[in-house]
Unconditional design. Structure first.
Length: 74
């Protein structure tokens, strides 16, 4: 088993500017935001706003800390 610490990662600004993400793993390794098959990351939400568009990608969200998150589906 290998421990993947967010503090060892470089934060990446979101495409929509509403937060930052620390990527833990992706397939294929080193794939950019337009070319990954799957991705595991930790994000920090700074402000509310629309999701960035990732065609063909299903998302699973889990709140790790804070007061929670409300999502509006339109």
């Amino acid at each position: 088993m290998r421990l993947l610490r967010a503090s060892d990662r470089t934060p990446t600004p979101w495409k929509n500017g509403g937060g930052v993400t620390w990527e833990l793993a992706a397939c294929p390794a080193g794939a950019g935001l337009e070319a990954f098959d799957w991705r595991i990351s930790i994000a920090q939400v700074a402000v509310g706003g629309p999701f960035s568009n990732f065609p063909r990608i299903d998302r699973i969200l889990t709140v790790l800390s804070g007061e929670g998150m409300a999502l509006d589906v339109i």
